[in-house]
Design a protein around this ligand. Structure first.
Ligand code: SF4
Ligand code: SF4
Length: 239
């Protein structure tokens, strides 16, 4: 006969750690219903899914969890929490699993983008002069070619603007024209806005890397610039 193990005899250090950081994660309430797994875009990758990953956590399989690359496949979309009848916060659990990886072992691409954002204010490493040149250049072209938008006013760091809007840094580099539909909507609706030139990249790879310090640094620099230099009342994150 197989020996049984009482759940309260298991050592679940990682689970306790996550529970202390995310008190509303509800980790112990899993019914194993599988609703989270059904809608998860990462289900089946590396033969893993959110229900199985959570079960491993509850069984104290800390080492297996922390070595499993599946933690990096999760998109942090949150569909699992929405579907879960017990509202178990799987993305926050996964975020903490990522944070348990030594930083140098986390995926190179995400790490590089996070580091680049910390260094240059955006994940693509675009110098702020190039960003400003690009937006002004695209705006000039629109004003010249499209009479309805002759008054288009695209600015960076304009003091006193009501709203600040950040920008995914891939667009000015690869598809600059893709920025203009939103500009036109804002123009036609009379929104008083400007771009910032400090930490202007709207993407957030430090969050995906589970680098709290990097993420905090970016947000603090961004907030400081808006509060002290632009003095805008509203911030819109386009990502
Ligand atoms: S947050 Fe992660 S685990 Fe949850 S559904 Fe999305 S990809 Fe799957
Ligand atoms: S949906 Fe919630 S309760 Fe059901 S298996 Fe997933 S985590 Fe457990």
């Amino acid at each position: 006969m197989t020996d049984s193990i009482a759940l309260d005899e298991l050592t679940c250090e990682l689970k306790n750690q996550v529970a202390s950081r995310v008190p509303d994660a509800n980790l112990d309430l899993c019914l194993t219903c599988g609703a989270c797994t059904g809608g998860c875009p990462a289900s089946g990758q590396y033969d893993m899914d959110p229900r199985k990953f959570l079960r491993m956590l509850l069984l104290g399989m800390d080492e297996e969890i922390v070595k499993n690359p599946w933690a990096w496949v999760c998109t942090m979309c949150g569909r699992c929490v929405t579907a879960c009848p017990m509202k178990i916060n799987i993305p926050k659990f996964i975020f903490n699993v990522r944070a348990a990886w030594p930083r140098e072992k986390r995926p190179k691409g995400i790490r590089g983008s996070c580091d680049q954002h910390i260094r240059s204010g955006n994940a693509m490493g675009v110098p702020k002069e190039d960003f400003v040149f690009t937006i002004e250049d695209v705006a000039e072209e629109i004003k010249e070619e499209q009479p309805d938008f002759k008054g288009l006013n695209i600015t960076a760091d304009r003091p006193g603007a009501h709203m600040v809007l950040n920008q995914n840094s891939r667009e000015p580099v690869t598809e600059p024209d893709e920025m203009s539909p939103l500009w036109k909507v804002l123009h036609l609706t009379g929104v008083d806005w400007t771009y910032p030139t400090v930490m202007w990249g709207g993407e957030n790879y430090c969050m995906f890397l589970a680098d709290d310090e990097g993420w905090r640094y970016i947000m603090e620099e961004f907030a400081h610039h808006i509060e002290h230099n632009i003095k805008a009342k509203v911030v819109v994150n386009t990502e």
